[in-house]
Design a protein around this ligand. Structure first.
Ligand code: NAD
Length: 255
């Protein structure tokens, strides 16, 4: 696994927190360069390594912002080998039906953000394979959710956005397989990140009902972000060289 990352450059969007940050930490000692994009103004501190570049205040739903960031990244690293999109939001206060504004924002970040980042990366791949022959392999990992495969109460907009990005993964996997790109979706179950902690705090899922929810999971616990990051790292690596177009659940056996 280690050698398969040598001299490789990976972009992680939504990498200032949670699963994305854990992915950056997982890749730190493996990659030549990691470019980390996030809408937050405040990059994580305590990174001594000089192979990590932070791009704060970038909203993945906005084409202009994402295009400019890709230009800056390509100026530093002309060859990009991997893209991970962990940027995402989930409404933490449940109302049924959800307001239009919730639907619009969740779709903008989770779905359009995946589209915007993904298509910048796809254009890069087309530009390096002008003759149609792959010179090196590339991998895109989209972070979906258990909600890419199932419906969840009070989360209709989120469920819709996560089903939609599974469609992108499947279509792009077909379109770009012969350009050396693999596209897969990781579908985490509930994972102990700031996003999930906010949901727990706001949804009334406390004490007894929290215990009941955990009891539905065969492994009887939530995931740690590092357990999702290690699957993302595997899918980025050459160890996954024959895997594309797949949705991989990492959910403690929930389904
Ligand atoms: N935590 C879970 O239980 C869980 C389960 C399944 C799927 N997921 C998915 O995993 C991904 C990461 O979630 P997390 O739990 O680590 O959450 P998190 O809130 O800890 O991290 C999400 C990151 O995305 C960034 N972000 C949000 N909106 C953005 C935007 N418009 N542009 C750029 N960056 C933006 C945030 O600033 C944050 O750094 C999300 O796509 C989420 O839907 C999480």
């Amino acid at each position: 696994m280690t050698t398969s990352f040598q001299n490789k450059t990976v972009i992680v969007a939504g990498g200032f927190s949670g699963i994305g940050l854990s992915t950056v930490i997982h890749l730190l000692d493996l990659c030549e360069a990691i470019h980390v994009i996030d809408v937050s103004d405040f990059p994580p501190s305590n990174f001594a390594q000089d192979n990590v570049y932070f791009y704060p205040s970038v909203d993945v739903s906005l084409r202009e912002s994402v295009s400019q960031t890709f230009k800056s990244i390509l100026a530093r690293s002309p060859r990009i080998h991997g893209l991970v999109n962990c940027a995402g939001i989930s409404p933490s206060i449940a109302t049924i039906p959800e307001p239009d504004a919730t639907f619009d924002r969740v779709m903008a970040v989770n779905c359009r953000g995946t589209w915007t980042l993904g298509t910048e990366f796809l254009r890069h791949i087309q530009s390096i394979h002008k003759d149609g022959l792959p010179t090196y392999s590339t991998s895109m990992v989209i972070i979906g959710s258990s909600a890419s495969m199932r419906g969840y109460r009070s989360l209709a907009a989120y469920t819709c956005s996560k089903h939609a990005v599974l469609g992108l993964a499947r279509a792009w996997a077909l379109e770009y397989a012969q350009m050396g790109l693999r596209v897969n979706l990781v579908a985490p179950g509930s994972t102990m990140t700031p996003m999930f902690q906010a949901q727990l705090a706001n949804s009334g899922l406390r004490n007894e009902s929290t215990l009941q929810a955990v009891a539905q999971i065969p492994m009887a616990r939530w995931a740690e972000p590092s357990e999702i990051a290690s699957m993302i790292g595997f899918l980025l690596s050459d160890a996954a060289s024959y895997i594309t177009g797949q949705a991989i659940p990492v959910n403690g056996g929930e389904f």
